[in-house]
Each structure stands twice: as structure tokens, then as C-alpha cells.
Write a protein of this length. Structure first.
Length: 124
């Protein structure tokens, strides 16, 4: 009886420890040095460069192919609004020739076929 109780108690503690990781939709750690947001059970990472912006998409920690996606990026900075298209760039990456400055608010919309768009907001 004592062995059964200890085994049951061990099982309960092990489930409590490992359950949160089993329920997650992937790591929210940036893999490309950007800023990560989660929306619609997917992970979106925006990476700023000198002359462009990249968006990387993951689903359950696996790269999500962007070939069939379209999207846009809206940047609100210094009282001005800039909107550009995001285009697939191979693998799980989409890019735009948009420059995001410090202090900017960014709205990204990604659409796949006839599905409703996914909207993600960022602050820099």
C-alpha cells in the first residue's frame, strides 16, 4: 500500500511539472534576434534591419511555410503612417522594405487564402 501511494504521488508531481510545457504552442524566445508575439496559437517574430523588416512565423516550434501567405505592415512613427506589403521570402520568412524606428507602433496583418487575417501589434 505504501508503495502504491508513493508511486501515485510521484506520478502526480511529474504531471504537474511537465504539463505546462505540453500545453504550450512553442517557445516565445526569439530565434532571429527580434521581438516575439503570439497570436492564433502561432509565434510571430519581427526583426528590424537597416533597410528592411523581416517576419518569421512558427507553429508549435516548427517553421511555418510562408509561400501561400500575403501580408502588410503598418508603421506609426513621428506622426506619420507608412504601409507596405510583406512578401514571402522562403521558408518561414516574409519581408518588407520597411524601416521601423525606435518608438514606433507596428501593426502586421497576415492572410492565408480565404482565412481571416491574423493581426499582431508591436511597440518598439
Amino acid at each position: 500500500m505504501k508503495v502504491t501511494f508513493v508511486a501515485t504521488l510521484s506520478l502526480i508531481f511529474s504531471l504537474a511539472i511537465f504539463a505546462p510545457s505540453a500545453l504550450s504552442h512553442g517557445s516565445l524566445e526569439p530565434k532571429h534576434g527580434g521581438i516575439v508575439q503570439e497570436a492564433h496559437d502561432m509565434v510571430f517574430e519581427v526583426v528590424r534591419a537597416e533597410d528592411s523588416t523581416s517576419l518569421y512565423i512558427r507553429d508549435h516550434d516548427k517553421d511555418y511555410p510562408t509561400g501561400s501567405l500575403s501580408g502588410s505592415i503598418i508603421i506609426l512613427a513621428s506622426g506619420e503612417k507608412t504601409e507596405m506589403s510583406l512578401t514571402p521570402s522562403g521558408g518561414n520568412k516574409m519581408t518588407a522594405k520597411a524601416i521601423i524606428s525606435d518608438g514606433a507602433k507596428v501593426l502586421i496583418r497576415v492572410i492565408e487564402g480565404d482565412h481571416h487575417p491574423v493581426t499582431i501589434r508591436y511597440s518598439f
